[in-house]
Design a protein around this ligand. Structure first.
Ligand SMILES: [Zn+2]
Length: 344
């Protein structure tokens, strides 16, 4: 089979070629050119095309670092198909250290957009036309919002068997079967028959080492599964992810100062105390409790709450929760920054 050049932003990328290109987006009003950086690695053999995108929300930085490490990884050689890495989709938001576009729209609610739409709609459309439309698969990297951390997790439409398989291959402890949001990159990708995983880990405007390592490893697992890279020697230990079909936030019933009793990845039962809310004078006014058994997959980090604030995001599982907690422990152990094999 004759392999063709891949054309992105007017650049031609030949089979076997690796190059960085700049995808021109709307200028700033200072007349400064703005480009979305794209790094393409093409194998010599035919195979699937996969994009990995980050910073669709401009303040979500873990994904930028995950892609930077993938590009720097000397052992990563794409032999078949194409890997298209886009570390900063909302490049305007990255400049402003903001989740949003300069027009205050959320890029991840602006898909599919159009070339004559709002600024957000134009960037969404550019990304769909130049990147997503070439790809059978995609991985979109996200983090929690500002002051909210997420346990490393994959969100995907598990009603599709191949998407479910890829979600498991990525190999983080928790998979959340999640509904599509109108206007998201994920929804627009599925409309183009691109299977897509959403990776959520850590919080905005911070690097979280565990989340970054789990993300790098997850992308490599998917590349290997799709036959795009040489199979590694030896068998790697993998974890069995747990799938949650539902999740919900536990909210504060009073305003005050928060003392956390439970943390990300902790297993909880119905009635487990999650945090105490105290007054400035010291007395505990309220104890926040879990309403159903599950695992804490997200939490807010500011130790101050107003009544009604979302505090803990809990995923509900059908499997035994103690096993979920063990799986999370296993991931922490294998990816911990200070982990030295054989050390106590
Ligand atoms: Zn996000």
């Amino acid at each position: 089979m004759e392999m063709e050049n891949l054309e992105i932003g007017g650049y031609q990328i030949a089979p076997g070629e690796t190059r960085s290109i700049e995808l021109a987006a709307a200028k700033l009003y200072t007349d400064t050119e703005i480009c979305i950086p794209v790094h393409v690695m093409r194998g010599k053999k035919p195979g699937p095309n996969l994009f990995v995108s980050a910073a669709v929300h401009g303040d979500e930085l873990n994904g930028i670092e995950i892609i930077r490490r993938l590009i720097q990884l000397k052992t990563l050689k794409v032999t078949a198909g194409s890997l298209i890495l886009v570390p900063m989709v909302n490049v305007y938001g990255v400049l402003n250290q903001s989740r949003y576009m300069p027009d205050r729209r959320d890029l991840n609610r602006s898909f599919p957009g159009s070339p004559r739409g709002s600024l957000a709609g134009r960037v969404a459309n550019l990304f769909l036309e130049e990147i997503v439309s070439h790809c059978e698969y995609g991985i979109d990297l996200h983090t929690g919002a500002v002051h909210r951390s997420n346990l490393p997790q994959i969100r995907a439409d598990l009603s599709d068997a191949e998407t479910k398989e890829l979600a498991e291959v990525f190999n983080v402890p928790v998979i959340l079967n999640s509904d599509l949001r109108d206007g998201s990159l994920r929804e627009a990708s599925i409309d183009l028959d691109t299977r897509i995983l959403l990776y959520e880990a850590g919080e905005a405007l911070r690097f979280n080492e565990l989340s970054i390592r789990a993300g790098v490893k997850g992308v490599l697992n998917v590349l290997q599964h799709l036959g795009m890279v040489k199979r590694k020697q030896g068998r790697k230990k993998s974890i069995t992810p747990f799938t949650a079909n539902t999740s919900s936030w536990v909210r504060a019933n009073s305003s005050g100062i928060v003392h956390d009793l439970k943390h990300l990845g902790d297993q909880v039962s119905k009635g487990t105390p999650l945090a105490e809310i105290g007054s400035p004078f010291g007395e505990v006014m309220d104890t926040v409790v879990a309403h159903k058994p599950g695992i804490i997959i997200g939490k807010q980090n500011i130790p101050l709450v107003q009544e009604g604030d979302a505090m803990f995001h809990i995923a509900f599982f059908s499997e035994s929760d103690s096993e979920v907690a063990e799986t999370i422990d296993a991931m922490h152990e294998s990816l911990a920054p200070d982990h030295q094999p054989g050390s106590p």
